[in-house]
Design a protein around this ligand. Structure first.
Ligand code: F6R
Length: 611
């Protein structure tokens, strides 16, 4: 799971590549490297972030009109200068970068070692590169043909970009299972793991599909399949502005994205929800409405924060649609032998649309005949393209590694789908349906209300930043929010945090409670409220510290809490979109107070495109 960039054309390649890599650092930031066609192939690479490499290259002659760059999240081999990409082939003539994992690399390595090859890194990438070179030498073929032959032998996932010293204007690229976008300019081409490195140069892009190989020159793009047949590139126009991927005055992307939520939820509802007419229009869902209405079971498949959104949706779908819902970790689902019956519908939830486990899980389910609907943020991503239908979340690019605005947008989309299906099925009384539509429309404003009180949440964060552990508790619709709050805190601040259903606390975690342990209750006014108030009393009785997310005006909970974070009143089905916001801010401010790099937490990457 790495970021890749490439350029060929009349401009200086290096500044384009470095800028592009900085935009892709959300995908990995263990080490960085570039290869430039600068009167011969020049490779520069270093452990650390893009800025670290940039610093060491100041004053060097980096003049080149073609080059490739890589920001790494280590899979094979620890982060080090040697393991950083690009790698060079044994002859030194080829340089390659790779995103993904070559699963059979040890077998290929053995074959090459027997032929006398030596390796300077521990990476699967160097093995694949030398395998390609060996084929080229043996078969006396051109590089394109050698790549094609090599990839037929490879198992695993990859995007590769290759430079050949003897063809200084050409980049060869291929993909299977990891994303690759080619930007088309006038007499120039750009490559990236997503479109962000090319946004200021072109809006015309081609999303390369699995098992496709591209030969890219400044004025020519040839796309072929592995059978060497030409494919006509499908050029799409990007609907994305540069401002959307910049910090816009905020200290961190994470803070910007938390504060964008009134707008992103609004964007997600816009054109779909009409509370006056009482309609929800979602064309990608409408086509499969019949299958959803008659579904025996909906299976939500996702990872991480998106899995939490699925869990919240389980409560919502069961309540509004009376459909049996199961929520699955994609990584488990893909390796089981799950029972998929006719009439089952899969909803895949993913911000990036590139999470490898989710992608493979839905491919497996699709091959068993299931209908796949995607709730995805990144337009044109692999999961979006693999799904039969679905709905985009329209939250805009999420660059902070910790997911925030994607979660609330996922909840908004999933709630709309549940409302639509419940309405068609007749499982939601008309009055409640209209009430929920009106309330949903007000959510952006209510999120803005919560954000106005961020100063108070910052003060709470300061008070508890030195705690060693946190416990997050919630019931019903707020149980997934407790999980999400705990996940945000551990990712951003490295403080150990556990999320639990509040009632389950008595079956174990209560043993942890003492004066040192802050317990965060997600306790907005809902049908479980009295019960969660009892749980607060249980914590207080054991001298635990209680921090609560509560509904405005809830005096009972205020009385029982050491600190409160307030949200406005909302229907319990919609409350998670509000109650999660103070927890995002709490994690953010604690992370900042502890001096953590909140946009790039250690060991994490934004899209997990490896299993
Ligand atoms: C948490 C986080 C991850 C992602 C997970 C799934 O803040 O960002 O847990 O939610 O990796 O990613 P997507 O939604 O892109 O499939």
């Amino acid at each position: 799971m790495c970021g890749i960039v490439g350029y060929t054309g009349p401009r200086e390649a290096y500044p384009i590549i470095i800028k592009g890599l900085k935009r892709l650092e959300y995908r990995g930031y263990d080490s960085t490297g570039v290869a430039l066609q600068n009167g011969g192939l020049k490779v520069y690479k270093k452990k650390g972030k893009v800025a670290d490499l940039e610093e060491t290259l100041v004053g060097k002659n980096l003049h080149a009109h073609a080059g490739i760059g890589h920001t790494r999240w280590a899979t094979h081999g620890e982060p080090s200068d040697l393991n950083a990409h690009p790698h060079r082939s044994s002859s030194g003539k080829l340089a390659m970068i790779h995103n993904g994992i070559i699963e059979n690399y040890s077998q290929l390595k053995k074959e090459l070692t027997n032929k006398g090859y030596q390796f300077s890194s521990e990476t699967d990438t160097e093995v694949l590169l030398n395998f390609i070179e060996e084929i080229r030498n043996n078969n006396q073929c051109d590089l394109e043909e050698a790549v094609r032959i090599a990839l037929k032998r490879v198992t695993g996932a990859y995007v590769i970009l290759l430079l050949d010293e003897d063809k200084p204007e050409t980049i060869i690229a291929a993909r299977k299972g990891s994303p690759l976008v080619i930007g088309i300019g006038k007499g120039e081409h750009f490559l990236g793991s997503d479109a962000s490195p090319m946004l200021e140069y072109t809006k015309e892009v081609v999303y390369v599909n699995d098992y496709e190989l591209a030969i890219i020159k400044p004025d020519e793009l040839i796309l072929k399949n592995l059978g060497n047949e030409k494919i006509t590139p499908y050029v799409q126009r990007l609907d994305l502005e540069l401002a959307a991927i910049e910090k816009g005055g905020y200290e961190h992307f994470m803070l910007k994205e938390i504060f964008e939520q009134p707008q992103t939820i609004y964007d997600c509802l816009r054109g779909r929800l009409d509370a006056t007419e009482g309609t929800i229009t979602m064309s990608g869902i409408q086509q499969y409405a019949e299958q959803l209405v008659s579904a025996n079971r909906i299976i939500m498949i996702a990872c991480g924060t998106s899995w939490h959104a699925g869990l919240a949706a389980e409560y919502i779908f069961e309540e509004l649609c009376r459909i049996n819902v199961e929520v699955e970790y994609a990584s488990e689902f893909r390796y089981r032998n799950p029972v998929i019956n006719p009439g089952d519908v899969i909803i895949a939830i993913s911000q990036s649309g590139e999470t490898a486990d989710t992608l493979v899980a839905i491919e497996n389910a699709k091959s068993k005949g299931a209908i796949i609907l995607g709730v995805v943020n990144v337009v044109g991503s692999s999961i979006a393209r693999t799904s039969h239908g679905g709905a985009y979340t329209h939250a805009g690019p999420e660059i902070g590694v910790a997911s925030t605005k994607a979660f609330t947008a996922q909840l908004a989309v999933l709630t709309m789908i549940a409302l639509k299906i419940g309405y068609i099925k007749g499982t939601i009384p008309q009055q409640r349906y209209m009430h929920l539509l009106n309330e949903l429309q007000e959510i952006p404003e209510k999120v803005a209300w919560v954000l106005k009180r961020s100063g108070h949440i910052k003060a709470v964060a300061e008070k508890y930043k030195d705690a060693r552990d946190f416990l997050y508790l919630g019931r019903g619709y707020n149980f997934p929010v407790a999980l999400e709050g705990a996940l945000k805190l551990k990712e951003i601040s490295y403080i150990h945090a556990e999320g639990y259903p509040a009632a389950e606390m008595k079956h174990g975690p209560i043993a942890l409670v003492d004066e040192e342990l802050p317990v965060v209750f997600v306790a907005t006014k809902d049908s479980y409220h009295e019960k969660i108030v009892s749980n607060m009393q249980e914590i207080r009785a054991r001298k635990g510290t209680v921090i609560s997310v509560i509904t405005e005006g809830d005096e009972v909970s205020t009385e029982l809490s050491d600190d409160v974070m307030i949200v406005p009143e909302a229907d319990e089905i919609l409350a998670p979109m509000l109650s999660v916001v103070p927890l995002q801010l709490l994690a953010y401010y604690i992370g900042v107070a502890k001096g953590c790099d909140v946009d790039k937490p250690r060991n994490l990457a934004k899209s997990v495109t490896v299993e």
